[in-house]
Design a protein around this ligand. Structure first.
Ligand code: ZN
Length: 315
């Protein structure tokens, strides 16, 4: 399908969204810059290949990738190795929670104005009950593939790009809060926006956009409008994921979500397809959240929307 999204693949139009992340705050539009570089269409096969790796890691480590377990550390090592090979500057931040050692992985793409940092992140841990492929292998894999696409394109945006994989989210956003608390006030103020991706491949998917920041929200909506998919405001996970510590620190946040254990309504099924009266993800937090618990179309659309937002908001 030919996309009619400003700033995507066939970018020729001036993209309003790209003007907004200037001078450390989201509010107030600067003069529109020349057309932003075109965001790539991420190959969903690449995203799924990362999910297959995370599934094998869980299978080889007691069926999960939970905080403090071998499956989590192996997941982090997998993501880090990909980023190191692609030219990112990676940092592993260690913390303790529940008497177990946890880790955050931070990856900085060299270049860009470091007083204006655009971040995209996702939690990498699962619950102990299962491998956590939709929650949250889907977000982790899409953030990874976007970072690798930045490297493949040799993308050099005006702003500085940083990607993150959080530990111990399932224990209450422990890793992301640790990161935000470890930042100086000056370094916090350099973060122009934090984009969060927690569950973006739900098997009976919905298309939910966080409404915490009007500019980030508008950027995602522009993407989905361009591919003819309607969205709703995200409510189910409001404040229940890693964007919350950033928001509490006064950093503009946004993100995408495809639904967890809330039930899809008939009105939602009419516009998004899938099954009314059934949970968006009936395998939420359970052993059946495996690599067959993914809707490829939702994963593909959300991964592309992620790349689009990263390109637009960092241009
Ligand atoms: Zn999650």
């Amino acid at each position: 399908m030919k996309l009619s999204i400003p700033g995507r693949a066939s970018a020729t139009a001036v993209v309003a969204a790209a003007t907004l992340l200037t001078g450390g705050s989201i509010a107030g539009a600067a003069p529109a810059p020349a057309a932003a570089a075109a965001a790539p269409d991420l190959p969903v096969a690449n995203v799924k290949a990362h999910l297959a790796q995370l599934q094998s890691i869980a299978t080889a480590n007691g069926g999960n990738r939970a905080h403090g377990r071998a499956g989590y550390k192996a997941s982090l090592d997998y993501v880090k190795a990909k980023l190191d090979a692609a030219g990112f500057t990676t940092t592993v931040q260690q913390f303790t929670s529940g008497g177990r050692t946890g880790y955050n992985l931070i990856a900085d793409w060299p270049g860009g104005n470091t007083s204006q940092v655009v971040m995209a992140g996702s939690h990498l841990d699962s619950v102990t009950a299962g491998p956590g492929i939709n929650d949250n292998g889907s977000g982790s894999a899409a953030v990874l593939e976007t970072a690798l696409a930045v490297a493949r394109a040799g993308y050099q945006p005006t702003k500085h790009l940083r990607f993150a994989w959080w530990g111990a989210e399932e224990l209450g956003m422990v890793g992301s809060r640790y990161y935000v608390n470890s930042l100086t006030t000056a370094n916090r103020s350099k973060i122009s926006g934090y984009l969060n991706f927690d569950m973006i491949g739900s098997p009976n998917p919905g298309y939910f956009v966080y409404d915490d920041d009007p500019t980030i929200e508008k950027t995602f909506k522009t993407y989905f409008t361009g591919i003819g998919v309607s969205t709703e405001i995200e409510t189910e996970g409001d404040g229940r994921s890693d964007h919350a510590p950033f928001k509490s620190a006064g950093i503009p946040v946004g993100g995408l979500f495809s639904g967890a254990d809330y039930i899809k309504t008939s009105a939602q099924a009419a516009k998004w397809g899938g099954t009314a009266g059934k949970a968006f993800d009936a395998c939420y937090h359970s052993s059946c959240d495996t690599s067959s618990n993914i809707n490829d179309t939702a994963l593909d659309r959300n991964a592309d929307a992620l790349a689009y937002a990263v390109w637009q908001l960092s241009a």
